[in-house]
Design a protein around this ligand. Structure first.
Ligand SMILES: Nc1ncnc2c1ncn2[C@@H]1O[C@H](COP(=O)(O)OP(=O)(O)OP(=O)(O)O)[C@@H](O)[C@H]1O
Length: 254
């Protein structure tokens, strides 16, 4: 198991409670969605996974077999290197082109051999179908293209887990589908993906394990990829419309 939280309590730095009694598990190659209303704690849960926020109240809190309750800060970079992190706003370095964005990460994570660096950059750009855009600056790319580069950057070091905080939030529905398809492809290599989303229709088109943040708890909605096809929109309350134009209902039930 790559990530194993049992009965974890997640608080902000100011001590305010975000989620309690959290049981959350990630195995190799899994595709996991975290859904839930605005402010329900999705991003905060992710922050504990990539050590942006401490988690010390739990019966168990393991990431890559390290007990993160006792983790010394000096071990964080080595663990983060085994993760790829993707944000809604891409967070590419705006002052350098696509190639140099990727090269920067490889150099920062200890790659030295020039040929190997070039080879790896070509491979990941091929994976995300962006080989033509190597020389482009981030501002010369569309949102979907920038997110492709963010994915390329996230997979450079063949991470065990990709953590993506609303990676399709700024994208039109078709581009969002392409991005999710790319992330699904990544799981074929054994990498797991944990992503937050408000885009509920995605769940049916690209099934995965679904958790929901709700009322300071994290519920497992389904861990059966097949069952997700039966997720019902036919519920009685809590309709919300988001920027994507989708009408979504967050109180999905199986
Ligand atoms: N740095 C912070 N310090 C204190 N409280 C915070 C901080 N960041 C977020 N919060 C609060 O923690 C709660 C959970 O926020 P979080 O960002 O995890 O929600 P979310 O489910 O990701 O929301 P969204 O769907 O809008 O991204 C909210 O009440 C939010 O106001």
């Amino acid at each position: 198991m790559l990530i194993d939280y049992k009965n974890a309590t997640i608080r902000q730095d100011d001590g305010s409670l975000v989620l309690e009694h959290v049981d959350f598990h990630v195995n190799e190659g899994e595709f996991i969605y975290i859904i839930g209303r605005v402010g329900s704690g999705k991003s905060t849960l992710l922050k504990t996974l990539y050590f942006e926020l401490d988690l010390d109240e739990a019966d168990n809190a393991m990431v890559f077999n390290h007990d993160i309750r006792k983790l010394k800060r000096r071990y964080v970079p080595a663990l983060r290197r085994q993760m790829g992190i993707i944000f809604q706003d891409f967070q590419l370095l705006s002052d350098r082109n696509v190639h140099d964005n990727l090269q920067f990460v490889l150099k920062a994570t200890g790659w030295k051999d020039k040929e190997e660096i070039e080879q790896r950059i070509s491979e990941v750009l091929e994976d995300v179908e962006m080989t033509e855009k190597t020389e482009r600056m981030p501002h010369e790319l569309s949102g979907g293209e920038q997110q492709r580069i963010a994915i390329a950057r996230a997979i450079l070091n063949k991470p065990k887990v990709i953590i993506a905080d609303e990676p399709t939030g700024n994208l039109d529905p078709e581009t969002a589908n392409n991005i999710i398809q790319l992330l699904r492809n990544v799981t074929q290599t054994g990498t797991s993906v944990v992503m937050t989303t408000h885009n509920i229709p995605l769940l049916k088109d690209y099934p995965g394990i679904v958790y929901r943040c709700c009322g300071k708890h994290l519920e497992l909605v389904t861990d059966d990829y097949n069952k997700i096809m039966m997720l019902s929109d036919d519920t009685d309350s809590s309709q919300e419309t988001y920027n994507s134009g989708y009408e979504v209902r967050e109180d999905l039930s199986v």
